[in-house]
Design a binder for this molecule. Structure first.
Ligand SMILES: [Zn+2]
Length: 73
């Protein structure tokens, strides 16, 4: 009846798939629910391995990740 609905459905499933892929990428990174957890982990790595890591809020998953200064994590 209404072809507009299937367009929306397609758009929606494409978007869901895109989000799922992004979350997959995020899942491979170290993930933290709060900034405090991320900061604690960054501090731990710094004291244990001398790695200087910075935490950042991820727009994709809404969680926190760590990123190395200068080098790839
Ligand atoms: Zn993320």
């Amino acid at each position: 009846m209404n072809t507009g609905d299937s367009d929306i459905e397609r758009w929606f499933s494409d978007r869901q798939a895109q989000l799922a892929r992004r979350r997959e990428v995020c899942a491979r990174k170290r993930w933290f629910e709060t900034e405090a957890e991320a900061r604690a982990a960054a501090l731990w790595d710094r004291t244990q391995f001398g790695e200087k890591l910075t935490c950042y809020r991820c727009d994709e998953c809404g969680g926190w990740h760590l990123t190395g200064a200068g080098k790839r994590s």
